[in-house]
Write a protein that binds this ligand. Structure first.
Ligand SMILES: [Zn+2]
Length: 262
């Protein structure tokens, strides 16, 4: 299992060398689970040698553009790769989202690109996010938990913003997405967690470290991503503070980083 960071920046102003939030879990069989789709994530994945035809499912934590604007690029990459490889097998991509209209909008881009032709098309299949298990395939399961980063949809009352947990026995990875407070994820964090991937666009890394310690949550490793301005301006200084609060080395995501998960 490998974790690939495609973009490590929050939705602040554009930063040299950092694109908006997106990452991929590469399974041992080469299958890819794609989480969030900020910026030029499709190009970054391709440059790392990750084939778009290996993507099993896409998961969007919430419909803010720093997590979704790269969707048409993912769809284009799949279709182009189908054409390049003569692939006729890749027919559908499950897209887990609280905002089906975002998938529909990206599909409009795909359909408008008429030059590619129907032969290489595929269908993005909307899977509306809900609490609980979303995906299970071989060794990996993905679960969702609503959080308070965004208010519920005013028309339907449904949650718009989710965190994700990946389970591949016996390990758990928790990805906060954008989140109001880690306490919103207490039901997960009270269980042993191999890796907590926490956003710093709305939080200071050292404060998150201190909170995990104060709650005595059994988290083994911490990886920070979706960086806010404090980390973007002074990564070394913020990391020193986080390491001190955690009592060991934490990981700060950078674009193109790969983390082995064993
Ligand atoms: Zn964000």
């Amino acid at each position: 299992m490998l974790l690939h960071i495609l973009g490590s920046c929050s939705g602040t102003e554009p930063m040299p060398g950092r694109d908006y939030t997106s990452w991929i879990l590469e399974e041992n069989d080469g299958g890819l689970l794609w989480f969030d789709a900020g910026g030029g994530c499709a190009s970054h994945a391709y440059a790392k040698g990750l084939s778009p035809l290996k993507v099993k499912a896409l998961f969007l934590s919430h419909p803010h553009l720093d997590h979704t604007a790269g969707l048409p690029g993912i769809f284009q990459a799949i279709r182009k790769e189908k054409w390049l490889r003569g692939d006729r097998e890749f027919r559908e991509l499950p897209c887990h989202t609280s905002a089906p209209e975002v998938i529909a909008a990206a599909d409009v881009f795909l359909k408008a690109d008429a030059a590619a032709g129907d032969e290489w098309d595929f269908t993005p299949v909307v899977r509306e996010l809900r609490p609980g298990e979303l995906h299970r395939d071989g060794e990996t399961a993905v679960e969702a938990l609503p959080n308070r980063h965004m208010p519920p949809d005013p028309r339907s009352g449904k949650p718009r913003s989710y965190s994700f947990r990946l389970r591949f026995s016996p390990k758990h990875i928790v990805y906060t997405g954008d989140v109001g407070s880690l306490d919103e994820l207490a039901a997960w964090l009270e269980q042993p967690t191999e890796l907590l991937m926490a956003e710093t666009g709305h939080h200071r890394a050292a404060e998150l470290c201190a909170l995990v310690r104060a709650r005595h949550w059994p988290v083994r490793r911490l990886l920070f991503l979706h960086h806010g301005l404090e980390i973007l301006r002074d990564p070394a200084g913020e990391k020193a503070k986080a390491d001190a609060a955690w009592g060991a080395g934490v990981l700060f995501a950078s674009d193109g980083m790969t983390v082995p998960l064993g």
